[in-house]
Design a protein around this ligand. Structure first.
Ligand SMILES: [Zn+2]
Length: 495
C-alpha cells in the first residue's frame, strides 16, 4: 500500500493516477513543501504529508523528502485546521439558508457533503447536544475532528459550522466554545416557568410581581413586525412575564459572560422549543424585544411551533394553522434581524414549502437523528441478521429507557413482527412511523449495549458494516437530505 503512495508522491505531476493508489483525488493539495492528501490503507483513512508539516505519524522516505502517514487523531486534526482554514468550523448563520445536520456516529459527513454541493445552503455539519454526546460516548473534539477530516478528504471548501446544540448551563457553554464550536444553541427550557401556562388569571396576578416599566412598555399596546401584529392585555402580559422572564435573564447573562464581543466568530441561537405549550407570536415578540433591548445579538431563535414536531416523522397537526402562525414567527424574526430556527426538522416534508415561502428562503433548520436512521436502514438492507438482533433489543430493552427523553408517540404494537418479514422486507420498517421512532430514539442504548464479558454488543459490528457499505450510505443519505433541501427550496425558488 505504502509503495503505491510513494510512487504517487515521487511521480511527476499526473503520471500516476491517485485513485489507483487508494488516494482521495479531492484531498490532494500541493505546495512547495510537498503534497498533502488522504489515502485509504488497510486500517482505514490516513493523512499523508511531508514530515515538516507538523503531523504526527509513521515516517517514510518518498522522493527526496521524508513523509508521514498520520492517523486521524485530535492533534493531527488541529494541525490540519491550522494549515487549511476551511477544515475548521466557522460561523455560517449569516448566510440566508443554513441547515444543521447532526451526525451522531461520525460517519455521515460524506453523504451530507454531497447534498450540500448541489445547493447554496451552508451546513452545520458538526452539531451535537450534550444529551447526544452522553448517549453516544463522544466529545465535541471528536465530533468536530471527524468533520474536519471529511471536508478535507472530500474537498468541501465552502465552510461549515459546529453547533454546541441544546447546551443548558454556563459550564456546557464553556465546554462547547473551548472545543471550537462556532455556534451555541442555548436551551432555556429549565428557566421557563411552564406552570404559568396552566394557572388561572388570579393565580398569575398573585405570582407575578408587577413591573411598572414593563407595563409602560407593553400594556395595551399593539406592535407591528412586518405583517405580524401583537398586542398585550394585562393578564396576557403578566403570564408572559411569569413564563419567560427567567429565561430572558438567563440568556442575557450567558451572552454577557461568553458571547459579547465574539459575535463575529460564534453564532448565538436561543432555543425555547422544548416547552409544554407552543410559543405564541406575542410571546416570541416579547422575548426578542427584551433580549435585543439588553443588547443581546441573536443569530437565530427556535420557538416551539403549533402542532407536533416529533422525531423522525412528518409534521402532525393542522397545516393551515401552522402556516398562519409560522408566517407571524417568520415576520417577527425578520423584523428583529435574526433567522427563525426549526428544530426536529428531519422528515417534516409537508411543512418545508411553507418554511421556504414565508421566510423568503432565509432560515435555519436542524436535523439530528435522521442520518442515524439512514445508517440503520443500510444495516437492515445489507446485514439482516444483525438488524434483527438490534431491532429485538430496541423493542425489549432500549425503548423503555429512551422514551422519556424524546418527544415520540410510537405505539410498539403497530410495528410489524420481525419474523413476519423476509430479509428483503426489513427495509419497509423504515417507512413505518412507529418503527422509525423506535430506532430513532434507542441509539444510545444500542451503541452502548455490552455483552456479559464487557465487550460491545453491537457497536463494533455496526461500525465495521458501515465502513464496508460507506458508498451506499453516502449515496442514500445525500438523496435523503437532498429531498429536504428540494422541498425547502420549492417554497421560494423562482424556477
Ligand atoms: Zn430543539
Amino acid at each position: 500500500m505504502l509503495e503505491r503512495i510513494i510512487s504517487f508522491i515521487s511521480a511527476p505531476d499526473n503520471s500516476v493516477l491517485p485513485q489507483v493508489c487508494g488516494i482521495y483525488p479531492k484531498s490532494i493539495h500541493r505546495s512547495e513543501d510537498g503534497v498533502i492528501f488522504m489515502a485509504r490503507i488497510d486500517t482505514g483513512d490516513v493523512l499523508v504529508a511531508p514530515a515538516s508539516s507538523g503531523f504526527e505519524g509513521q515516517s517514510f522516505p518518498a522522493g527526496d523528502r521524508t513523509y508521514v502517514a498520520a492517523g486521524l487523531s485530535h492533534s493531527n486534526a488541529a494541525v490540519l485546521r491550522g494549515l487549511f482554514p476551511f477544515t475548521a468550523p466557522a460561523p455560517v448563520l449569516k448566510h440566508p439558508r443554513t441547515l444543521g445536520v447532526g451526525d451522531r456516529l461520525g460517519i455521515a459527513a460524506p453523504g451530507h457533503i454531497r447534498a450540500f454541493e448541489e445547493y447554496d445552503a451552508y451546513p452545520v455539519f458538526a452539531q451535537q447536544s450534550i444529551r447526544e454526546l452522553t448517549l453516544t460516548g463522544r466529545t465535541y473534539d471528536d465530533v468536530i475532528d471527524c468533520v474536519s477530516f471529511f471536508v478535507f478528504r472530500d474537498g468541501f471548501t465552502k465552510g461549515f459550522g459546529a453547533d454546541g446544540d441544546h447546551v443548558k448551563t454556563p459550564s456546557e457553554v464553556e465546554y462547547a466554545i473551548s472545543s471550537g464550536c462556532s455556534m451555541i444553541t442555548l436551551d432555556c427550557s429549565e428557566h421557563i416557568n411552564n406552570a404559568a401556562a396552566d394557572m388561572t388569571d388570579g393565580e398569575v396576578a398573585k405570582a407575578c410581581a408587577w413591573d411598572p416599566d414593563l407595563e409602560g412598555e407593553y400594556l395595551n399596546r399593539t406592535f407591528r413586525a412586518g405583517k405580524a401584529e401583537v398586542s398585550y392585555n394585562e393578564t396576557d402580559l403578566r403570564r408572559i412575564c411569569l413564563m419567560y422572564n427567567g429565561a430572558i435573564e438567563f440568556a442575557a447573562s450567558v451572552y454577557e459572560r461568553f458571547l459579547r464581543g465574539r459575535e463575529g466568530t460564534i453564532d448565538f441561537e436561543i432555543s425555547i422549543d422544548e416547552t409544554k405549550t407552543p410559543t405564541t407570536p406575542a410571546q416570541h415578540f416579547y422575548i426578542a424585544n427584551e433580549l435585543i433591548s439588553r443588547g443581546v445579538k441573536v443569530a437565530s431563535l427556535a420557538p416551539r411551533f403549533i402542532g407536533e414536531f416529533q422525531k423522525g416523522i412528518d409534521y402532525r397537526g393542522s397545516l393551515e394553522r401552522f402556516e398562519m402562525e409560522f408566517e407571524q414567527h417568520a415576520e417577527i424574526a425578520d423584523y428583529f434581524g435574526y433567522k427563525i430556527s426549526i428544530h426536529s426538522g428531519s422528515d417534516k416534508f409537508s411543512v418545508f414549502p411553507i418554511v421556504g415561502r414565508h421566510t423568503g428562503g432565509r432560515f435555519h433548520l436542524k436535523t439530528a437523528g435522521t442520518s442515524w436512521l439512514e445508517a440503520m436502514a443500510v444495516i437492515a438492507d445489507n446485514e439482516p441478521e444483525l438488524y434483527r438482533e438490534i431491532h429485538a433489543f430496541a423493542l425489549e430493552e432500549g425503548f423503555k429507557s429512551a422514551k422519556d427523553f424524546y418527544n415520540v408517540s410510537a405505539d410498539l404494537s403497530r410495528i410489524p413482527q420481525l419474523d413476519s418479514l423476509s430479509d428483503g422486507e426489513l427495509r419497509q420498517l423504515f417507512e413505518q412511523d412507529d418503527a422509525r421512532q423506535l430506532i430513532h430514539i434507542t441509539y444510545g442504548a444500542i451503541l452502548s449495549a455490552k455483552n456479559p464479558d464487557g465487550s460491545d454488543r453491537f457497536r463494533s459490528r455496526l461500525y465495521a458494516a458501515w465502513h464496508m457499505h460507506e458508498e451506499e450510505y453516502a449515496r442514500r443519505l445525500s438523496l435523503h437530505i437532498g429531498q429536504h433541501l428540494e422541498k425547502l427550496y420549492s417554497g421560494f425558488r423562482i424556477l
